[in-house]
Ligand binder design. Structure first.
Ligand SMILES: Nc1ncnc2c1ncn2[C@@H]1O[C@H](COP(=O)(O)OP(=O)(O)O)[C@@H](O)[C@H]1O
Ligand SMILES: [Mg+2]
Length: 234
């Protein structure tokens, strides 16, 4: 199945319990939003999914691969199929956008691959620009292009629009929508309900170490609206 599945996952840091029996399925086709309070464990879920953190208990499957038991080499291959992009652009300022993207997968075809990835995020014509010469929306799209070079099934985007201005946010959201049209899924951690309404197919809510909501985005939005009017059944 094209998903991340977490089964009874427990994760703590010292005395601080973050996940306490978290069981959820996060689809990797289409766009899945991961929502929940700040500090609630959204990034921890992403890092567990790509094997950067290990759970104390529970099982984690990504594209049917058992992440919790995979050796490091198999994990790296899996991370190429489902790359995790942290917050912030993380481009090298002294290299062109094309060089930055090419670095993801060096080889004789690196230039062509980089150009094609930049084209997919709408950045054709800007290959030779340096990161300091372009705006934050373009930087983020270039960072996405760098992950696309790996030909992933799905990107994990941790707060891709946090801290961006309206224009940059719109550019990044349009890129996520375009990738979906091209058949590349996105797992998006975000607080931005306007973007969620525009882009999400599925929503998984991390709440008090467990799953709050999981299912269609429309259902989540309907509940959120009821909450606004204080009508949510208890
Ligand atoms: N490596 C770590 N060491 C200690 N505590 C951590 C670590 N990573 C995350 N945490 C804690 O786990 C909780 C969940 O963090 P996180 O998943 O980053 O939240 P968010 O939902 O905002 O992404 C927070 O209280 C955070 O401080
Ligand atoms: Mg986070």
């Amino acid at each position: 199945m094209t998903s991340v599945r977490l089964l009874d996952v427990h994760k703590r840091f010292g005395d601080h319990v973050v996940l306490r029996g978290f069981t959820a399925e996060l689809p990797l086709h289409g766009v899945t939003y991961v929502v929940g309070k700040s500090g609630g464990g959204k990034s921890v879920v992403c890092r567990l999914a790509v094997g950067l953190l290990k759970p104390e208990r529970g099982e984690i499957f990504v594209l049917e691969e058992p992440v919790h038991t995979l050796p490091e080499r198999a994990l790296s291959r899996l991370r190429a199929r489902v790359p995790y992009l942290v917050q912030g652009p993380a481009l090298l300022d002294w290299l062109s956008l094309e060089r930055n993207v090419a670095l993801a997968k060096p080889g004789p075809d690196e230039r062509a691959r980089a150009r094609s990835a930049l084209k997919r995020v709408g950045l054709s014509g800007l290959e030779e620009r340096l990161p300091p010469e372009v705006g934050p929306g373009i930087k983020k799209r270039a960072a996405i292009a760098r992950a696309l070079v790996l030909e992933p099934t799905c990107l994990i985007l941790d707060e891709p629009t946090t801290g961006l201005d309206r224009d940059a946010k719109a550019q990044v959201n349009e890129t996520i929508a375009e990738l979906k049209r091209q058949g590349t899924g996105a797992l998006v951690v975000s607080h931005d309900y306007a973007s969620l309404e525009q882009l999400a197919d599925h929503v998984v809510e991390v709440k008090d170490g467990l799953v709050g909501y999981q299912g269609a985005a429309a259902g989540f939005l309907a509940l959120a609206r009821q909450d606004d009017f204080g009508e949510r059944p208890v």
